[in-house]
Unconditional design. Structure first.
Length: 136
């Protein structure tokens, strides 16, 4: 998800998925991660503060249209259990758990991820994963 914010390889493809989605559902963690990656990019001289500020604005305008899910007890309970493609990082487990929770509300939910472990776990959990392939 962060690819689009940093203009990394495949960012255009991610932007296309976000723009064409009928609805974007995300964990509040997604917005926090995006903010943190911008802080880190400035601290490591990958971006200037001016560019980071511009991207924060893009993030705020974009995320304003997302439906966000808090870290509720159901999500946190699922995070504590194993996932099919372990090892899964904690933050990725939160995203997967959030997707499972969201699927109970949106039956045709698709998860957007470029991370192979997340994609494998999501697929094995019965989630549709986008893009269909992660090839550049």
């Amino acid at each position: 998800m962060l690819h689009w914010l940093l203009d990394e390889p495949r960012s255009e493809r991610v932007r296309e998925f976000l723009a064409s989605a009928e609805m974007v559902l995300a964990s509040t963690l997604t917005i926090v991660e995006c903010d943190r990656v911008l802080v880190r990019a400035v601290a490591t001289n990958l971006l200037t503060e001016a560019v980071a500020a511009d991207r924060r604005g893009v993030l705020a305008r974009t995320a304003d249209h997302w439906v966000t899910f808090d870290l509720d007890p159901e999500v946190l309970d699922r995070v504590r259990r194993p996932f099919p493609a372990e090892p899964i990082r904690t933050l990725d487990a939160i995203h997967l758990s959030t997707a499972l929770s969201a699927r109970s509300l949106v039956s045709d939910l698709a998860m957007l991820s470029l991370d192979d472990r997340v994609r494998r776990s999501a697929t094995q959990l019965g989630l549709t994963v986008l893009p269909a392939t992660t090839a550049a």
